[in-house]
Ligand binder design. Structure first.
Ligand SMILES: [Zn+2]
Length: 81
């Protein structure tokens, strides 16, 4: 699977906004079909029926934030070392 750290942050986010489990499942399946050249999709926009690529912001401390330019949701991904 691609970028498991980010994947977990996105799933936690979906849980925190009480996304329906069927919708979460749809996002999980989409993630597993990601090709290496594809951008990571924003889960909030995905649930709204759109696919918007997440943008990496510069790392801050031990987090690497990803931001959706469309809905402005920000996801803080911890950096593993
Ligand atoms: Zn978004």
């Amino acid at each position: 699977m691609q970028n498991p750290a980010l994947f977990h942050v996105l799933l936690d986010y979906l849980e925190s906004i009480n996304a329906p489990s069927m919708e979460m499942q749809r996002f999980v399946e989409r993630w597993h079909r990601l090709r290496s050249h594809e951008s990571f999709p924003c889960p909030v926009c995905f649930l709204a029926g759109e696919e918007q690529p997440l943008m990496a912001l510069s790392a801050q401390g031990n987090a690497e934030p990803m931001m959706c330019p469309t809905c402005k949701t920000r996801y803080d991904v911890p950096i593993d070392d």
